[in-house]
Design a protein around this ligand. Structure first.
Ligand SMILES: [Zn+2]
Length: 263
């Protein structure tokens, strides 16, 4: 069963609608052994689902991408031969990276996905990686566009009840994995450079994985060496096809609808 949370995320059942007879939805069962009784995590798995639910909520992945994974990444949507070759190589690199994730974590190695063409599948791939890390590897992932990050920082300046700027920067600096989508489209101003440097440098020092998507290659970014050198050192660059698949996906969805209507 699925329900929609406050943040709009689709989540699978948690304890609220569980009727496990052993723990009655609490997640803990009482075990009697040699005259002692103690509580242990119930085998129905509610607790694990709760933890997963919290991780998904924290991740803040856009609804449209809730179910995308590496194994269901639509490579057949690319129509050009050269695009297909590029995407196959990218998937190989990502597969290798996922297999070696503990080592990647030790070194803080992420990815920089880029292509000059919008709608080439970068965001879809970044979210596929995020879902893979959350579901299969149990990691905490935070997903945000760079514009969202900067807007949240600005909002924190005169938000008395919400998060302070310090808390926000701390969260972004400490997330196990941070994905910054659409990096480099923001207008470069001094305060923006300082905040982004703060986040990127903290993650660099603590060897935490950061994944970027961008329409620009690293050398094409409008930032100084302090930022670009850290990205270069800690991200494998992955070029994406110069082909927009956004229209193809819309077309495929429309054709599906037409099929249903005709049957
Ligand atoms: Zn139970």
């Amino acid at each position: 069963m699925e329900h929609v949370t406050e943040s709009g995320l689709r989540m699978r059942s948690t304890s609220t609608d569980c009727d496990c007879p052993k723990c009655k939805g609490s997640g803990w069962e009482i075990v009697e052994e040699k005259g002692y009784s103690y509580a242990r995590e119930c085998s129905c798995g509610i607790r694990k689902r709760e933890v997963l639910g919290r991780k998904l909520k924290f991740a803040n992945i856009p609804d449209a991408f809730a179910d995308v994974r590496i194994e269901n990444f639509r490579r057949d949507i690319y129509r050009r031969e050269d695009s297909l070759k590029i995407i196959e190589k990218d998937l190989k690199a990502i597969g290798w990276w996922l297999e070696n994730i503990s080592e990647m974590q030790d070194q803080g190695m992420g990815f920089y996905l880029y292509s000059g063409t919008k709608g080439s599948g970068k965001t879809r791939m970044a979210v596929s990686i995020a879902n893979e890390l959350i579901y299969a590897k149990g990691l905490s992932v935070k997903f945000a566009t760079s514009v969202q990050i900067l807007n949240e920082i600005k909002a924190s300046w005169n938000n008395e009840d919400g998060m302070t700027e310090h808390q926000l920067l701390d969260d972004l600096s400490k997330a196990e994995v941070l994905i910054i989508d659409d990096f480099g489209i923001e207008k470069v101003k001094d305060w923006i450079v300082e905040k982004l440097y703060h986040i990127i440098n903290a993650r660099y020092i603590n060897r935490l994985i950061t994944i970027f998507t961008s329409n620009l290659p690293i050398e094409g970014l409008d930032y100084d060496d302090r930022i670009t050198n850290r990205i270069k050192e800690k991200c494998f660059p992955l070029v994406f096809p110069n082909e927009s698949v956004r229209d193809y996906i819309a077309e495929a969805n429309f054709n599906k609808l037409k099929e249903i209507m005709a049957s």
